[in-house]
Design a protein around this ligand. Structure first.
Ligand code: ADP
Ligand code: MG
Ligand code: ZN
Length: 504
């Protein structure tokens, strides 16, 4: 993090403790919008191609509730151990802004679909549990696009594609204490939302937007200090950097005897600093009142039970299973579970090679396979579609474990396989990675090895088995792991005789 010299003052965090609460807005995945039948557009759809009188806020239109969106929030609530009310309703949040055509947003005020949940995740300082106050459903606003106008003026355009796209807001208790915890919370939440398939939760394109409320208090004291709300953080790294910066900035101001104001601040990633957006003179008054155009929503117990029963294994449970049942290290378990491509590859490989050690499968998936998959995903945008199959990948790993294929060659085969979908065995043969079983060729390599290692040859002759292993190993090394080890053994015996006590 780059902090201006004036702001870095040793010991600030010994005096001050940060109090942080996170608000996440997340687009839940549905085919149609929250209150109308318009299709939810792709982020790059041409402006104003996905609109109707309802999401344009024209008079005389009426909203209808998207059942799937409600189910996604209920599923999220179940996944974070929250409770759902027996009956909920919609509320109007009133404010004027050009991105809000009705002059109000349909949201939920005092009866959110989910309340009192929590999320537990690991940090460098150990596991942390953060309380989640609520998750509710609302509609997104339109998008303002600011451009250069005619005659050097400025122009603001409104794209209503995003107007009324389903949006879930998830708010934590002020339980977070460090910038790292905040980043880890956001990462774990994204992982959870993806695992239960309610959102792609991509931060880069605004599907998941993280806002942080940050204040400081003297360590050992209870009352909260004055908070700022930080916006415009477009990556997990930005979340951590912005909060770390804000903690330093507030500590410096408080140490200098200044009084903080309640403000909304933006994060400038290039400058590595937050900047003032607006000062909150008083708390916003949105004049919430029950939405008269929608009836209250009764949450049927059987409906809720069905949603709960349909939840897949959650990331935390999966990590625990990988550690406790499969014997993976906590680190390996976290790496595999943190990435859905890797998780599904790991599961597919385990099914295709149930006898293979889980640790080897995990290393292979996060190593050789993970790198190739990542590279291919990057190239998918350019039209290359990766299509690998578990049987091929397991074949490669078996060859590696049997010593017939070197790790570097395996890496190459996996990359080719992932990019082309061609069977790994075919690729191994084509690249000439198949084991060398030509007795003459192996004999020549062995002769070189014997000539270069007279001490090991002498040891072998006195009956030291290790020396035999060493000499075969040197042949494997010289052939980059491609020599047929059994044939090398036989050639060695032929030249030097069997070890004492060994039947030739
Ligand atoms: P608002 O209506 O301004 O969004 P909320 O009361 O809903 O305010 O709180 C928003 C977030 O700010 C929550 O995550 C909450 O935990 C957090 N929060 C509240 N007070 C503080 C504080 N003094 N310092 C840090 N975070 C706070
Ligand atoms: Mg807020
Ligand atoms: Zn519409």
């Amino acid at each position: 993090m780059t902090v201006p010299a004036a702001l870095t003052h040793a010991g600030a965090l010994e005096r001050w403790e940060a109090v942080i609460g996170i608000e996440v807005h997340c687009q839940v995945r549905t085919a149609s919008k929250m209150f109308c039948a318009c299709a939810v557009p792709y982020p790059d759809a041409a402006p104003n191609t996905h609109t109707c009188p309802t999401c344009l806020g024209l008079p005389g239109t009426l909203p209808t509730i998207n059942r799937r969106a409600v189910e996604h929030v209920l599923a999220t609530g179940a996944a974070i151990g929250a409770t759902a009310p027996a009956t909920t309703r919609w509320d109007r949040k009133n404010y004027f802004y050009p991105d809000l055509p009705k002059g109000y947003q349909i949201s939920q005020y005092d009866l959110p679909l989910a309340a009192n949940g929590s999320l537990t995740f690991d940090t460098s300082e150990g596991p942390v549990t953060i309380g989640i106050t609520r998750a509710h459903l609302e509609e997104d606003t339109a998008k303002l696009v600011h451009a250069a106008g005619p005659d050097g003026g400025r122009l603001s355009l409104v794209d209503f594609n995003r107007s009324s796209v389903p949006l879930m807001e998830i708010v934590t208790e002020p339980d977070i204490r460090t910038a790292e915890q905040a980043r880890r919370y956001a990462e774990e939440l994204q992982l959870l939302l993806r695992a239960i398939d309610v959102s792609d939760a991509e931060m880069e394109n605004g599907q998941m937007r993280v806002e942080a409320n940050v204040s400081l208090r003297l360590r050992g004291t209870e009352p909260f200090g004055i908070r700022t709300e930080v916006k415009n953080m477009n990556s997990f790294r930005a979340v951590e950097r912005a909060i770390a910066y804000e903690i330093e900035r507030q500590a410096a101001a408080l140490d200098a005897g200044k009084t903080l104001r309640q403000e909304t601040r933006g994060w400038d990633d290039a400058k590595g600093a937050t900047y003032l957006m607006r000062v909150k003179e008083s708390s916003d008054d949105y004049r919430y009142f029950p939405e008269p155009d929608l009836p209250p929503l009764h949450l049927d117990a059987a409906w809720l039970a069905g949603i709960r029963a349909a939840l897949p294994e959650l990331p935390a449970a999966r990590r625990a299973r990988y550690r406790d049942v499969l014997g993976l290290s906590p680190y390996d378990a976290a790496v595999i579970v943190a990435d859905q491509t890797m998780t599904s590859a790991f599961e597919a490989l385990r099914a295709a090679g149930p006898d293979l050690p889980a640790k080897e499968l995990a290393n292979f998936v996060s190593g050789e396979y993970g790198r190739a998959a990542k590279e291919t995903a990057e190239r998918t945008a350019a039209g290359l579609v990766g299509q690998s199959d578990a049987a091929s990948l397991v074949h490669v790993l078996r060859e590696v474990l049997a010593g017939r294929l070197s790790r570097p060659n395996a890496k190459e085969v996996v990359a080719l396989h992932v990019a082309s979908g061609r069977p790994a065995a075919e690729l191994v043969a084509e690249r000439g990675f198949a084991q060398i079983s030509d007795v003459g060729a192996l004999g020549a390599v062995l002769d070189d090895v014997l000539a270069a290692n007279p001490a090991a040859v002498a040891d072998y002759r006195t009956g030291k088995a290790q020396a035999g292993g060493f000499l075969v190993g040197q042949v494997m090394k010289a052939t980059r792991g491609q020599a047929n080890a059994a044939l090398v053994q036989a050639a060695l015996r032929e030249r030097l005789g069997g070890l004492a006590g060994e039947s030739a």
